[in-house]
Design a protein around this ligand. Structure first.
Ligand SMILES: Nc1ncnc2c1ncn2[C@@H]1O[C@H](COP(=O)(O)OS(=O)(=O)O)[C@@H](OP(=O)(O)O)[C@H]1O
Ligand SMILES: Nc1ncnc2c1ncn2[C@@H]1O[C@H](COP(=O)(O)OP(=O)(O)O)[C@@H](O)[C@H]1O
Length: 215
């Protein structure tokens, strides 16, 4: 989308992304964690942040609840507000990736179209969609904020999974199941390990190949 005002030109910087990545000895990317409220997005983002920090990788978590206290405090939960919410978070995540940081986004982001929009914003191969495949029954049972109860009672309208849709992607890069084959709940640490494995397999955790020698 072009800027609303015509008299805007792109200002190029003096330090390139490759140099920033070289300084940080890592590559920037966006890990986009999507799923129902209560599916464990924030918990996995936190576990992933810890796991990657232990590997010396700098991350930053953009959590739906948190950005709605600032950047997106003017937005509600209509489909157009959710779209704008995801657009803004996507743009910020893109800036983090450009800075050489691993952006860990945990937003419901219920509409496929909005997630695909962000995928298109971010460089090819740098957008990793992580789908929390946790059944509504589990999320609703957890109901740690009491919101499902309010939604079922009709106090909250347009709640994702109750009277607003969650559209599953056809091909998320990573799908995290709630349970293992024996039906035991998988831990957040185990889920984070699956994401780390994907990032490693796809070269997103190695040092930038095209980086300049600055140290
Ligand atoms: N109507 C409705 N539907 C869904 N969720 C709601 C709603 N109203 C408030 N909440 C709370 O807001 C959190 C979701 O914010 P997000 O920015 O992630 O939502 S979205 O991506 O724009 O759909 C979400 O946080 P999580 O539980 O962490 O997902 C809820 O606590
Ligand atoms: N893998 C898991 N196993 C068991 N409980 C979990 C798991 N992941 C998250 N939880 C719990 O579920 C609740 C919702 O998790 P949260 O990360 O806040 O979800 P979301 O960000 O998707 O709303 C929290 O009480 C959290 O401790």
């Amino acid at each position: 989308m072009a800027p609303a005002c015509a008299n805007i030109r792109w200002q190029h910087g003096c330090v390139e992304r490759a140099q920033r990545q070289s300084l940080l000895k890592q590559k920037g990317c966006v890990v986009w964690i999507t799923g129902l409220s209560g599916s464990g997005k924030s918990t996995v983002a936190c576990a992933l942040d810890h796991a990657l920090a232990r590997m010396g990788k700098l991350c930053y978590v953009l959590d739906g609840d948190n950005v709605r206290h600032g950047l997106c405090k003017d937005l509600g939960f209509s489909s157009s507000d959710r779209e704008e919410n995801i657009r803004r978070v996507g743009e910020v995540a893109k800036l983090f990736a450009d800075a050489g940081v691993v952006a860990l986004v945990s937003c419901i982001s219920p509409y496929r179209r909005d997630r695909e929009f962000v995928r298109g914003l971010v460089g090819k191969g740098e957008f990793v969609e992580v789908y929390m495949n946790v059944p509504l029954s589990i999320c609703e049972k957890r109901d740690c904020k009491g919101l499902y109860k309010l939604a079922r009672a009709g106090v909250i309208k347009g709640f994702t999974g109750i009277d607003d849709p969650y559209e599953v992607s056809e091909m998320p890069e990573v799908t995290l199941e709630a349970t293992d084959e024996a039906g035991e709940l998988l831990t957040p640490e185990c889920m984070a390990d699956s994401v780390v494995a994907f990032l490693a397999q796809h070269g997103l955790l190695s040092g930038p190949a095209d980086c300049l020698q600055t140290r």
